[in-house]
Ligand binder design. Sequence first.
Ligand code: AMP
Ligand code: MG
Length: 401
Amino acid sequence: MISISEAIAIIKANIPAPVVEECPLDQALGRYLAEDIQAPEPSPRYTNSAMDGYAVRWGDVRDLSLERPATLAIIGESRAGVPFSGTVGAGCAVRISTGAMLPDGVDTVIRVEDTREAGQSVIINVAKRLGQDVRQRGEEFGTGDLLLRLGARIAAPQAALLAAVGIARVKVFKPCDVALLATGSELIAAGSAIADHQIRDSNMTMLRAAVLETGAQLVSRARITDDRQATVAAIGQAAADIILCTGGVSVGRHDHVKEAAEENGFTPLFWRIRQKPGKPLYLARKGKTLLFGLPGNPVSAFMCFTHYVRPLIGAIRGLSFGWPIVFAQVGEEIVNKGGRPNMLRVRMTCDADGGYAATSAARQGSHMLTSLVDSDGYIIMEPGQAIQPGERVLVYSFDFR
Ligand code: AMP
Ligand code: MG
């Protein structure tokens, strides 16, 4: 039996090298950049107006006052997408819309609210400074400036920035492939008729969801009975970066996952971790493929997935191996009376100061899915540890951000 940190060290030492692929921007959402992105052009690309109004020469409006407004001849218009082609001379103005190109000859924009039209002229009442309401070419960034760093997640703003500078394809880390294998002669597909001695296969549903939430790709799903040959065959057929088995990994006479993996040429990396729940976790490797034998108990399987598999999937996608964590204040005393470190599920609420308060979830049984549904994360407590009311604790959040 190894410790939680030993298990993590072994997993980290076996992370497959991330694979980089190029894909269209539309398919890069939620993925992580495998390259730095430099601006191929400046932003704004052309000097344009920040307001609907009139493009003018500062020299023509510099000396105006409320008593002596400036009157300029309107000689044309620059609209978004339809620029004014001429040059604006002294005493002249051009109507301009937000985002429209600033014509040659002008340097300043007067917003509509500070003007009044009279025939073919515009009367300007207020002008504050040279260049007001003009967005200068390159004022946001210039060609070659760093826009996004390797490792950046492509969400809506990042995708928009790439689109804005004309980048339609990006290099991203390839999400890993996952194969699921549920073992257990008692299992029946959720939705099928069930006999008294059977169990609905909720792990398949849970792990499918958990895998997809972390951005990995599910390539196969299979459910088999506790039969050694069937287990050997199913593991042999599962082709993926990560094979996730559930059940059949303890010391029972009908637990075949470990032997079946090794019969398929997998080398065991560890079996059993000093923790509760999730003690029977098994990890083996064959080439670049990692096989996890998750315990069958749904809560144990989920906790093992969350603490070990999820950060691994993240690392393959280009993230650093880690967990989403928050700090919270404990509301009442929590004691770990057991002999193993306990991944204790906690419920989080916002306290009066805007921080988090954590309380132990009422149900902690490893067969009780409600213990997960009713909690927001977990804390890891050492054997015998007692946490006092008001103490701050590190909470591993179930939310994957
Ligand atoms: P095992 O790890 O195979 O000894 O299973 C431990 C417990 O988890 C047993 O009560 C099983 O019935 C239950 N279990 C195993 N696999 C699943 C599954 N896929 N869905 C729900 N419960 C399961
Ligand atoms: Mg079983």
